[in-house]
Design a protein around this ligand. Structure first.
Ligand SMILES: [Zn+2]
Ligand SMILES: [Zn+2]
Length: 385
């Protein structure tokens, strides 16, 4: 039996919460329950996954509508068994972005026991975040993008050490090179140990006594550079791409941070995007709808031909399989759904009017009931509304 989870309760939001509220609640909770912030606690990790899952569904209008209507059944099995894979991608991306938020020292100054905490490198460089603008065509094919970064580079004079050539950083006298100072303190529970970063060397364990003239002892200098970012096909707006070690190098030889590309996908006025599927609205003439026709329709990869069936009603949806966007990490493509609108001419030439008047004398009347309702049902089935 499938489990039942109230995603609204998980995120602590009202059932009519808007997009911004959903995002806000997700960010707040994800930070709170992030495994990194809870020493890898299993319960926190489970909670974090649940939060990510709730967000994955509620941020997507289509999934949210299906969930509102059918509960968990609405989001399982539908869409060809998608779910865990795409979820995994989003989750790992969410993890990488949140790592950055907890890279600092905050909140870890004092704790019981001492020495249990994995040593964080105090000199790790900052992460760099860039906004990457993409068109739908680039999402369709994948793209290699160049971005210009204002960042820091290792100083060539001191090779990044921060010490004047011929000199070296020396072991810190305050902490003896450990980067931490420990202090015994008394509490009502008995004696315990507090550990905090060394105030003299800021946790580095070494101090530069003769700083390099070029970088002033930091080991880095300002630079501008261009980097290439490979964007896989099928990405969506909420994805991040993390390039490990491509961020700012750390001071005095510290390890570099990451480069994080935040995707900003430009809307394509021709299509409405629903996950990997696209919707295209196609106006057709009355004669095309009645007689059938081959009509060129745009896809993200160029033109495709739609074989319009004779007797097509307005509002009908015809699917071009595999003409949607690539499925990220899964292979294959989504579909292009073509919504047919029968267009009624607003101006008629004398000849057109004459022919239509002739037709009106011999045409048959539309059925009195049923057809409109059937169309509506078909639409609802196609879009899960
Ligand atoms: Zn230098
Ligand atoms: Zn020190």
């Amino acid at each position: 039996m499938a489990r039942t989870v109230d995603f609204y309760a998980v995120l602590g939001i009202a059932r009519d919460a808007g997009e911004a509220d959903i995002k806000k609640a997700y960010r707040k909770l994800a930070m709170e329950h992030h495994p990194d912030r809870n020493n890898g606690d299993k319960a926190s990790e489970a909670k974090f996954k649940e939060i990510a899952e709730a967000y994955e569904v509620l941020r997507d209008p289509e999934k949210r509508a299906a969930y509102d209507r059918y509960g968990m059944a609405g989001i399982r099995g539908g869409g060809g068994g998608r779910g865990p894979e795409s979820m995994h991608f989003d989750l790992s991306e969410a993890l990488s972005i949140f790592m950055r938020d907890f890279g600092g020292l905050g909140g870890f100054d004092a704790f019981f026991g001492g020495g249990q905490r994995a040593q964080r490198d105090q000199r790790r460089g900052q992460d760099l975040k860039v906004a990457l603008k993409l068109t739908l065509a680039e999402v369709a094919t994948g793209a290699q993008k160049s971005v210009r970064l204002h960042t820091l580079d290792r100083c060539s004079v001191c090779s990044g050490s921060g010490a004047k050539p011929g000199t070296k950083a020396v072991r810190c006298g305050t902490c003896g090179g450990s980067g931490e100072v420990r202090r015994n303190a008394q509490s009502i529970f008995g004696q315990f140990l507090t550990v905090s970063p060394c105030p003299t060397c800021a946790g580095e364990g070494t101090v530069v006594q003769s700083p390099c003239d070029r970088c002033g002892g930091d080991g880095r200098v300002k630079t501008e550079k261009t980097v290439q970012i490979d964007v896989p096909a099928g990405v969506a707006d909420h994805h991040y791409l993390t390039m490990r070690g491509q961020g700012v190098p750390g001071p005095r030889g510290g390890p570099p941070g990451d480069l994080i590309a935040v995707l900003d996908i430009k809307e394509d006025a021709r299509f409405e995007r629903r996950g990997d599927d696209l919707i295209y609205d196609l106006p057709v003439s009355f004669t095309q709808a009645a007689l059938g026709a081959d009509i060129d329709v745009p896809t993200p990869f160029g033109q495709a031909t739609l074989h319009l069936h004779p007797g097509t009603q307005t509002g009908t949806v015809q699917r071009l399989r595999g003409k949607g966007l690539p499925r990220l990490g899964e292979g294959g493509h989504g579909d292009l759904h073509v919504r047919i609108h029968v267009w009624t001419p607003t101006k008629l030439s004398a000849e057109q009017r004459r022919v239509l008047e002739q037709l009106s004398e011999i045409e048959s009347a539309p059925p009195l009931e049923g057809a409109g309702r059937r169309l509506w049902e078909e639409l609802k089935r196609a879009f899960g509304v």
